[in-house]
Write a protein that binds this ligand. Structure first.
Ligand code: WT7
Length: 630
């Protein structure tokens, strides 16, 4: 894709970038991968270790329940750790970590392997066996990585709950996953304050049964309640004789579950996306290697949270599969000052920074001086993920942060896809706001209601036409919903839930979600979660939530509430409801504004028509109203 005849505003990579890139002929790679995508993925799989080889690369005999590398035996934890410990990478830094207070910690592959084994042995001693679920609820500290790898090692299925979620979100995820063990930190630092994770977990555990053991990792050190017989300190367990440095790993079938990760989809409760050992590792390994062009000497920083798929794939598994050095920072981008990111890039010599449009917009508003105080010359590549990046933020990132020499990898993907799906590579000419083209071997289309491909520049539903190794396998515990949500609108095609257009150069432009998902600061929330939090408050009868454009967050949550009779609207009540949503779902879900109303637009079957509310707020045409009740 080095075509100089592209139209619109195009940024071409410098010669040095192209010369040094692993992939410098995107077209050739794409052609090869598209001619034989199974051969392409098979070649990539061969770069990883398997205890025994697959019989088939893809088994599509039970569509849409696709299986990859069937018959093969593997364990992702082996490919992340054991493999490297046998080589010169034994002494290489796997993790570099900085705490919000400025302290730092580094961990070689040797040590990470050892810590993982000890944690795995602790889990084993608690009776955790292959297939059991373990919920992990922590901030961005090294132990979260260790805990995930430890689960993978013994074949337990981890379910990480983002530390920014609160009581009800944690409760429903613990309950739905039927986890036996909860791994939690006492607290997390967030802008100088402590988020009391253990207290939140205690409240969630009062609502949920099933957890037999709680492993508590000390981070913030404030006093916490420790329930006798249930709760145990990690730092104490770690020194017990059972926590040896060596832990035999479970040989996993390629299709054995690796993790579940809850995410919001169309209507109803969050659903557990299931990923497996074999295919997931191939997709994540290959995509990170090609897109961020990981070099042996790089220090790579994905500034997301391990509690979301971005962190799973590109803080933990992707970098470790590649034998890379992954940097993780505990705190907020602007704490104590808005130069925090730039300071750390300089201090650690970060070469690749992967963050979100929200973070970029948030830092941009503090002006260039904060950036310019720092030497950012180590940077080679930049990345963006989570929501569409507006060209203004893109250009600021490109010029002020990247000094016009670092291409921006705007990666479109989802919890369900496991890996980057629409993305450039360093050698690809960029257009600000477009993720360029599908990753080699993937076939996308944009369809209208009737299922026909739309013309260039027309908007439609973004779909994926062929399978890929790191794709969602099912919704854990609800395979019917899996088929219905992703494969029923256009049978045979995976429905992304996004609308998009494709320009005449074949570049994709994501417009946004077309379902009941709201992307707030890149975080994925469902209208249903917010609404059910509101109606769980004693004064609320009915509620509707919508997303409206917000300068920094991309979208902000606006709610409409019908009060129960006898309740009177007031500013105090509005504030109480906002806090209630924060307490139940998490601070990220706190509505920007709540309006008290007497009725909500509904269909005759009683479904709230959120698009009507949205159109009203934006002064737009509400579209077809034939199903409106009144
Ligand atoms: C949704 C998936 C997997 C990355 C983290 C989010 C939106 C994601 C982009 C991008 C425009 C993007 C889409 C997608 N999205 N990346 N580069 N440009 N939109 O994962 O929480 O599962 O959310 O995030 O709407 O469907 P997620």
């Amino acid at each position: 894709m080095n075509d100089k005849n592209l139209s619109g505003e195009v940024y071409y990579p410098g010669k040095e970038i192209i010369d040094n890139a692993t992939i410098n002929d995107w077209d050739a790679l794409n052609k090869k991968a598209n001619e034989d995508y199974l051969g392409f993925w098979e070649d990539k799989a061969k770069e990883l270790h398997w205890f025994s080889k697959w019989e088939k690369v893809l088994d599509d005999s039970q569509k849409p329940f696709f299986k990859w590398f069937t018959g093969a035996k593997t364990n992702i934890s082996y490919n992340c750790l054991d493999i490297h410990v046998k080589t010169y990478r034994r002494n290489k830094l796997a993790l570099v970590w900085e705490g919000e207070k400025g302290e730092s910690e580094t961990m070689s592959y040797y040590r990470l392997h050892q810590e993982t084994c000890r944690f795995a042995n602790i889990l084993k001693s608690m009776g955790v066996v292959k297939g059991d679920r373990v919920t992990i609820y922590m901030g961005r500290i090294p132990e979260i990585v260790i805990a995930m790898l430890a689960c993978a090692r013994i074949g337990a299925i981890h379910s990480v709950v983002y530390g920014g979620f609160s009581v009800e979100s944690l409760h429903e995820r613990i309950e739905d996953s039927q986890s036996k063990v909860l791994i939690v930190a006492d607290g997390a630092y967030q802008r100088g304050k402590i988020v009391p994770l253990k207290d939140i977990a205690d409240e969630a555990l009062q609502r949920a049964g099933g957890i037999e053991h709680v492993i508590v990792v000390r981070r913030t050190g404030q006093p916490v309640n420790m329930e006798f017989g249930r709760d145990m300190w990690y730092h104490e367990l770690k020194h017990l004789p059972i926590a040896t440095n060596d832990c035999a790993l479970e040989i996993m079938d390629s299709e054995d579950p690796l993790f579940i990760l809850y995410t919001s989809g169309t209507t109803g409760k969050p659903k557990a996306i299931l990923h497996t050992h074999g295919g997931y590792q191939v997709g994540v390994y290959t995509s990170l290697k090609y897109v961020f062009d990981i070099k042996e000497e790089d220090r790579y920083w994905c500034a997301a949270d391990p509690g979301w798929i971005t962190g799973h794939s590109y803080i933990v598994y992707g970098p470790l599969l590649n034998g890379a050095t992954s940097f993780m920072y505990e705190g907020a981008p602007n704490f104590p000052y808005p130069n925090r990111y730039w300071q750390m890039i300089e201090k650690y010599g970060i070469n690749i920074l992967y963050t979100s449009p929200t973070a970029i917009r948030g830092l941009m508003r503090f002006g260039d001086a904060w950036v310019n105080r720092h030497n950012l010359s180590s940077l080679r590549l930049l990345g963006s993920v989570g929501e569409p990046i507006n060209p203004e933020a893109w250009k600021w990132y490109y010029k002020t942060v990247g000094k016009e020499k670092c291409p921006i990898m705007d990666t479109w993907w989802q919890t369900e896809t496991g890996m980057f799906m629409i993305t450039p590579m360093p050698c690809v000419p960029l257009k600000p706001g477009s993720g360029t083209k599908p990753f080699p071997g993937l076939q996308f289309d944009i369809l209208n209601e009737a299922g026909e491909s739309v013309k260039s520049d027309e908007e439609g539903y973004l779909v994926i036409k062929n399978p890929w190794p790191s794709m969602i396998r099912t919704l854990w515990g609800d395979s019917e919903k899996y088929v219905q949500q992703y494969w029923s609108k256009y049978p045979g095609y995976y429905l992304t839930g996004d609308s998009a257009r494709r320009d005449k150069d074949g570049y994709y432009w994501i417009i946004g979600r077309v379902d009941d998902v709201i992307k707030v600061s890149g975080y994925r929330l469902g209208t249903a979660e917010i609404e059910s939090a509101l109606v769980s408050h004693r004064s609320v009868a009915e509620a509707a939530a919508i997303g409206l454009p917000h300068e920094i967050k991309g979208n902000a949550i606006y709610c409409y509430v019908i009060l129960k009779s006898g309740q009177t609207p007031s500013n105090e009540l509005m504030e109480e409801l906002r806090l209630h949503v924060g307490h139940e779902v998490g601070p990220i879900a706190k509505p920007e504004q709540i309006k008290f109303v007497d009725s909500l637009p509904k269909t005759r079957s009683g479904k709230i028509m959120r698009r009507v509310l949205k159109a009203q707020e934006l002064g737009l045409d509400p579209g077809n109203l034939s199903t409106l009740e009144e």
